[in-house]
Every structure is written in structure tokens, then in C-alpha cells.
Ligand binder design. Structure first.
Ligand code: ADP
Length: 486
């Protein structure tokens, strides 16, 4: 049996999820397990996760070992689809109402929370006493982990043959904190440098991951190139360029056992590329559920699902709502986020009753129903590391209209190509977006046959996880997975 691969992450569906990170971690380890890789996952034990799953085994008093206090953590193991999942428990850090923030803003001690999490995860792995071939960390919350492994190697042979992979799911969120937090983080003074964790006088956890991991990956090939430049690099482009061939772009996959119109447990009717009649019923049901005008059954409905943040281009969409509403179409916007954007969505609902449905909530079941009940999916993102919702839209037969960036560029074949699966536009402006939507509307109205062919092509796209998982395995192998310890 090869030495294991440990995933350390702040999200994993169905235990905890705020976005695509949760979906990816809900699927990739399970896929790797099915492909014969010995994987395990370590997560925080959030209040929102507690009490829902039966614990198999517990580990008490893990020494997290801060320089100033003998703080410990407990861990609890369950097995999920064959994969051991460990939850790090420390009530004052994770037994809270939310994961990272409340409506008042980020938790003030997020740095301490996730530094603690990384150190506790390593303490757990040490206790399990099965030296991992690879530890795979994700986004800033676990960015410090490769740094710890780098330094632990210097005095504990247990870590000697452990490599690290750090995956960037969104470079814009970096975990940047005051330099005073470095003092207690347990790294030696020489980590406080440009090639370490220091970034313009602050502690930057994303940078720690980028600098210390054996390999860095991000979630689409296009994004892996875009972040090498200043526009999408968010100050990290230089650091990333330094990593050269250690940086890889691997497109995320889709968990089709959850996200497909044949399987979704949230749809009123199932359907497939061979029989689309259920999609029409899903649309009728969505219209009824959201109290939209019944005449929209015969008119196109455009759907948006996502965080109401500028990244997602929600302001671009709002800019053209009045123009769109001059046409006889429906618009569904499911999302929560910035207070101003949430308020605007509610206002549009009042201004265009029956045709604009704004739902300011986080609700997984409705997300499936909006995917199924819409005719086309809107995704005007300013940047998009991968984006999963457009891939879900393809499978649900809801051709996306999206900016040509990052993973959107890598997953949508734009009209007018013969094998098109959706629409893209280059400039992230209201005008360009409107033009793309009107192009889609024209096709929907004037050429239903071509539209239907596009829908079927979209549904037949295959973004299964196996292909992406194989690329991760290749990376693990390149840094020691499968080799016996010396
Ligand atoms: P990101 O990770 O940047 O938020 P992705 O497209 O990769 O974007 O993933 C978003 C995930 O979050 C999808 O599973 C999507 O359905 C889900 N999601 C976003 N907003 C909501 C919401 N308001 N209700 C339900 N699901 C949502």
C-alpha cells in the first residue's frame, strides 16, 4: 500500500460549503479513492457540521504546541464514501454561527483560527503515524501548511518524505493579516522574507502556500496563465512566475451523481438529452414556485446563481436589467452577498413583478431547480478561476452566456461555432453582455431547432472528475507518491 495523500481543507460538501471549493473537495478525494489512491481529508469541526454524522473514532489531546501555551485539539473520524474524514475540534474557534464571517464582516481572529487548524491537522497526521506521501492544501485557509511541513522536515524525520501540493481556488482571497500574527504562528524568523510569508509588511497565507508547496496548482488552464499577469495576479503574479513549471492548471470536474438532471433529488421531474420533456415541466414548476408570470412558459428565462459580488459581474447584470426587461423575458437571480447588491435584487423584484425573481438566500435545492428551469444561464464574471455553475448549466441543458475568462473559456464552446454549447463575450461591460444575451435571444426566438441542438450538445459535454483526478495523480507521482520511503 502506498503512503497516503492527505487533503487539508476548510470546506467539503456535504459537511461544509460556501462555494465551489466545497464542491471540489466533496468530489475529488472520493474520485481518487475510487481510482485506488489512499486518501483522507481533514476539516475543521464547525458548528454547522456537528451532530449530523456518526463518529467512528476520536483522538484527544493532540498537541498543537504553540510557543506560548500547550494548546491541544481533538479530532473525530468518520468514513464518507470510503474516504476517512477527520474533523478538528476546538470549540472556541469553530463552534460558531458561520464559517468565516457574519453580516458584520470577517471573524476578527480568522488568522488564528486557520493557523490553529493547519497546525492541528499536522498534529493529527503525526499521531496517526503513517507518514504521508503528499499533503494537499487548498486556498489561503491552509496556505500556511506547506510552510510548516517545510520547516518540520528540518527536525522531524517523520516528514522527510512528505511533499505538499497547494491549490489556488481563488487568488483574490489571500488571508492577509497584520505582521504581529507572525510572532505567534510558530514559523522561524527566516520565514519572514519576500521568499517566505511576508507581503508588503503583512503576513500573507496565500503567499506561504505559493512559496513553500512542492507543486502549485490552480483550477483551470486559462486561469493558470492569467494569474501570471498583473490584471489577475492580485500582487502574486511575480511569486507565481517564479514557480515556473511547478505551476499547473487542472480544470475542475463535475460530480454528476449530484449535479445532473437525471439524478438531482431536488427536481420535480428528471430529464436527459434523449428526452427533454422533463425540462419543460421543471420550467413550469419554477415559474409557479417563484410566482412568475405564467406566460413565461413560452418565453425564455435567464438564470443567475452565485455570490453577489463584483467578481461575479453582478453589477454588470444589474446595469442592463432595465434594458433586458424591455424584452418579454424572465430573469431569476439566486444569490446572497454584498448588502447593496442584495437590496438591488429585492428592488428589481418589486419593479418588475412576475418577470424578475430575486431570491436572496443560500439554498442548494433551489439552485438545482433554477439550473433546470432556466433556458439560459448568465455568468458575467470579471474573472473566474474555474467556475462550476456554468458546467452544471451545460449538463442541465441551459446554455451559458459568460465572459471569456478563466475556466469559462475552458468549458464553453461559443456560438457561432458548429459545435457551440453557449455564448461568450470578451469585454466585461454591460454593452458586451447585453449584446451576447440578445444574440442568444435571437437564436432562441428564430431558430428553435438550432437552439435545441445546442442544448443537447451542451448536455452531452463530459466534465467527469476522473480525467482531472488523473492529472492530480500525475502531479502526486512527480513529487514522490507511489515511491517507498528510503
Ligand atoms: P465560487 O466558488 O466562486 O462561488 P462556483 O461557480 O465555482 O463559484 O461555485 C459556486 C457554487 O455555489 C455552486 O455549487 C452554486 O450552485 C453554489 N451557490 C452559489 N450561490 C448559491 C445560492 N445562493 N444558493 C445555492 N447555491 C449557491
Amino acid at each position: 500500500m502506498s503512503r497516503p495523500v492527505f487533503f487539508v481543507t476548510s470546506e467539503m460538501y456535504p459537511f461544509c460549503k460556501t462555494g465551489g471549493l466545497g464542491d471540489v473537495l466533496g468530489a475529488l478525494p472520493v474520485t481518487l479513492h475510487k481510482m485506488g489512491i489512499p486518501v483522507a481529508v481533514i476539516l475543521p469541526f464547525y458548528r454547522l457540521t456537528m451532530n449530523r454524522h456518526k463518529v467512528h473514532q476520536s483522538y484527544f489531546g493532540l498537541p498543537v504546541g504553540y510557543p506560548w501555551a500547550p494548546i491541544t485539539a481533538d479530532a473525530h473520524k468518520i468514513v464518507y464514501n470510503g474516504v476517512p474524514v477527520y474533523f478538528i475540534e476546538r470549540a472556541e474557534y469553530f463552534d460558531r454561527a458561520a464559517y468565516y464571517n457574519t453580516y458584520k464582516g470577517d471573524y476578527f481572529d480568522n488568522a488564528e483560527r486557520f493557523i490553529f487548524f493547519c497546525r492541528a491537522a499536522l498534529a493529527l497526521i503525526r499521531r496517526l503515524n503513517n507518514s504521508p506521501a503528499v499533503i494537499h492544501a487548498h486556498d489561503w485557509q491552509t496556505g500556511m501548511l506547506p510552510a510548516y511541513v517545510h520547516y518540520y522536515k528540518q527536525y522531524d524525520p517523520f516528514w522527510q518524505n512528505t511533499s505538499t501540493v497547494f491549490t489556488v481556488h481563488n487568488l483574490a482571497f489571500q488571508g492577509r493579516f497584520s505582521s504581529r500574527l507572525f510572532d505567534g504562528c510558530g514559523l522561524p524568523p527566516d520565514a519572514w522574507s519576500m521568499s517566505g510569508v511576508e507581503f508588503f509588511g503583512d503576513l500573507n497565507m496565500m503567499k506561504a502556500g505559493l512559496n513553500y508547496a512542492s507543486k502549485v496548482t490552480t483550477v483551470s488552464p486559462s486561469y493558470s496563465r492569467e494569474i501570471l499577469g498583473p490584471e489577475f495576479g492580485y500582487g502574486m503574479d511575480g511569486v507565481l512566475r517564479e514557480r515556473g513549471s511547478d505551476l499547473h492548471g487542472i480544470l475542475n470536474g463535475v460530480n454528476y451523481s449530484i449535479w445532473s438532471p437525471e439524478n438531482s433529488r431536488y427536481l420535480p421531474r428528471h430529464y436527459s438529452a434523449d428526452n427533454l420533456s422533463g425540462k419543460k415541466l421543471c420550467k413550469d414548476a419554477l415559474i409557479a414556485e417563484l410566482g412568475m408570470s405564467p406566460h413565461l412558459r413560452n418565453r425564455p428565462i435567464f438564470g443567475f446563481i452565485g455570490r453577489l459580488r463584483e467578481q461575479k459581474g453582478i453589477d454588470i447584470l444589474y446595469e442592463i436589467v432595465p434594458e433586458l426587461m424591455k424584452r418579454d423575458i424572465g430573469l431569476v437571480v439566486l444569490g446572497e452577498g454584498d448588502a447593496g447588491f442584495e437590496a438591488a435584487s429585492m428592488r428589481f423584484s418589486q419593479e418588475y413583478p412576475g418577470r424578475y425573481a430575486g431570491i436572496v438566500r443560500y439554498t442548494e435545492p433551489l439552485a438545482h431547480r433554477v439550473q433546470a428551469g432556466s433556458d439560459s444561464f448568465l455568468m458575467p464574471s470579471r474573472y473566474e478561476p474555474c467556475g462550476l455553475t456554468q458546467m452544471y448549466a451545460l449538463r442541465y441543458g441551459t446554455p451559458p452566456i459568460a465572459t471569456s475568462v478563466g475556466g469559462l473559456r475552458d468549458s464553453i464552446v461559443p456560438c457561432p461555432a458548429d459545435d457551440c454549447t453557449g455564448f461568450t463575450f470578451d469585454e466585461c461591460t454591460g454593452d458586451a453582455f447585453l449584446e451576447a444575451i440578445l444574440e442568444a435571444l435571437t437564436l432562441w426566438e428564430n431558430n428553435p431547432q438550432r437552439w435545441k441542438e445546442m442544448v443537447i450538445r451542451a448536455m452531452n459535454q463530459d466534465f467527469s472528475w476522473e480525467r482531472s483526478a488523473q492529472q492530480y495523480i500525475d502531479i502526486y507521482r512527480s513529487i514522490g507518491y507511489g515511491q517507498e520511503t528510503l
